[in-house]
Unconditional design. Structure first.
Length: 135
């Protein structure tokens, strides 16, 4: 991983969709770290200054908890959640938990390049030291 590139943290279990996100991100110069569980996601959040967070609501029953825990961080960047369009209650729960953007999987896939570019640019605007404690 190139430490000079902005990095997003992704909570996902779908390896095929992860590959799509990762390859799209790589094409625009964005790195991706992946967590397979809400617990792993929560442990990774304070480790670095991320350009953004992406949560697949189908990643498990604790995906909403991961959003809530992440939002309690004072340096939380943009958080995007996506899930099945038929799970309207789960999408609403993600909004209520604090996700900045919540969308059905089909819209997420269609808007992926633009959304990743927005996350990368917002990281650059914040600067590389955002969220890093002083020495």
């Amino acid at each position: 991983m190139d430490s000079n590139n902005p990095t997003i943290l992704l909570l996902i279990n779908d390896l095929i969709f992860e590959t799509k996100i990762r390859s799209t991100a790589r094409a625009i110069g964005l790195e991706v770290e992946t967590a397979r569980s809400a617990a792993a996601f929560g442990k990774a959040v304070p480790l670095r200054s991320y350009a953004g967070f992406i949560v697949d609501l189908d990643a498990g029953p604790d995906a909403i908890d991961a959003i809530q825990a992440t939002r309690s961080s004072p340096t939380c960047p943009e958080l995007v959640a996506f899930g099945s369009h038929v799970q309207t209650e789960l999408l609403a729960a993600a909004r209520q938990a604090g996700a900045d953007q919540v969308m059905p999987r089909s819209r997420f896939a269609a808007e992926l390049p633009a959304m990743l570019t927005m996350l990368m640019e917002s990281q650059r605007d914040r600067g590389p030291q955002q969220g890093t404690p002083p020495l």
